[in-house]
Design a protein around this ligand. Structure first.
Ligand code: BGC
Length: 354
């Protein structure tokens, strides 16, 4: 396979503000391999067997920690928090106390701010052949959020060819939390063209339309008779150029879908995606109520991927499981409030077969 280049550990071994970064490998009995770095808690590469048993790297990653520190697209494979997606004007209130976050996306706050979890050197609590446990204590006031928040992430590679991500968090003050992983997928293999001919089935009959700054209006819109309908498996690119206001605002698909249409294993079934060239299938499940379907509309070839190719437009897509954008300001959305007496828990599974 042309893209069978494994990340080189030395390129991920450095020190940032006195904390050590490294590369970590998980492997299962089926030959799957997943590489992570604790810088941003990132998935760096994910090797999945195709129908001939050849490994294909189905996620987009960069070749070193230094590359991940460049400002062009800082979210590759990262843990995103404290609040994944946008909060309007970076402002919200809890019990009458107003909080102001860093504004880093037009007029809004995106993905936990410039110093969000994607920039954190996570502490490695445990690493064994099939799991990696990461920890971060986010201090009261970090990026404007209230409360000391202790966050634990566990990545597990199961023998059922699943990459499972478990999130857990506790706070000492009421706060708002929305965690995701920002992996980009290309089921034809990293660097192997764009994702527009991938097939996608999304188990959602509603999405949250947004204004021109990607903040939800607040209504849930039915996908029927629109290019947002992926209830039947459809090519990702079949309708992406349509003259639809939401596609224009998003520069393509960049929208939160409302999950719950189908359940499996006590989780919301999110999607089934298939690479047209490899036949590799990815199924996604989550305990979260939403997913951001993002087609890499702002990728512009500014980064070099693990395979040596550039990250051109739409050469990866994301299914970021999450609570809805701007939830702290939209009381009718599922709540993102976390109280001191509660434990935040969330699970997402990406399962592969050929
Ligand atoms: C957002 C996009 C943003 C991208 C950055 C996505 O989650 O919805 O608007 O450009 O992250 O990687």
């Amino acid at each position: 396979m042309t893209n069978l280049i494994f990340p080189d550990a030395a390129s991920y071994q450095t020190s940032i503000k006195g904390k050590t970064t490294d590369l970590y490998l998980l492997q299962n009995s089926k030959g799957m391999k997943a590489y992570f770095t604790n810088f941003g808690g990132r998935l760096v590469a994910l090797y999945v067997p195709d129908h001939d048993g050849n490994l294909v790297n189905v996620t987009l990653g960069l070749q070193s920690v230094a590359a991940y520190q460049q400002p062009t697209d800082v979210y590759y494979g990262a843990i995103v928090g404290r609040f994944a997606n946008r909060i309007a004007k970076g402002a919200f209130a809890i019990d009458g106390n107003a909080y102001q976050l860093t504004i880093n996306n037009g007029p809004n706050a995106l993905h936990g701010g410039e110093g969000g979890f994607h920039q954190v050197v996570w502490e490695v609590i445990q690493h064994d052949p099939q799991s990696l446990m990461l920890f971060h204590l986010s201090k009261d006031g970090e990026e404007g959020f209230p409360g000391n928040l202790a966050v634990k992430i566990v990545y597990t590679l199961t023998d059922e060819n699943e990459l499972k991500i478990s999130y857990e968090a506790q706070t000492d003050q009421k706060t708002s939390i929305n965690l995701t992983n920002h992996a980009y997928f290309n089921l034809n293999g990293e660097g192997n063209g764009d994702i527009l001919k991938h097939q996608l089935q999304l188990f959602a009959d509603q999405f949250t339309p947004t204004d021109g700054t990607a903040i939800p209006y607040g209504n849930l819109e039915n996908v029927k008779h629109s290019p947002f309908d992926f209830i039947q498996s459809t090519e990702i690119g079949a309708r992406i150029q349509e003259n639809h206001e939401q596609l224009i605002f998003g520069n393509g698909y960049d929208h939160n879908y409302v999950l719950g249409l189908e359940k499996e294993r006590n989780l919301n079934k999110v999607a089934i995606a298939k690479g047209d060239l490899t036949g590799i299938v990815m199924e996604v499940f989550t305990s979260e109520p939403g997913v951001q379907f993002y087609t890499g509309n702002y990728m512009e070839g500014a980064n070099t991927l693990n395979c040596g190719k550039k990250d051109f437009r739409r050469t990866g897509f994301c299914l970021e499981t999450q609570h809805f954008p701007d939830s702290p300001n939209q009381a009718h959305f599922p709540t993102t409030l976390l109280k001191p007496e509660e434990v935040f828990k969330s699970t997402t599974i990406y399962q592969f077969n050929a």
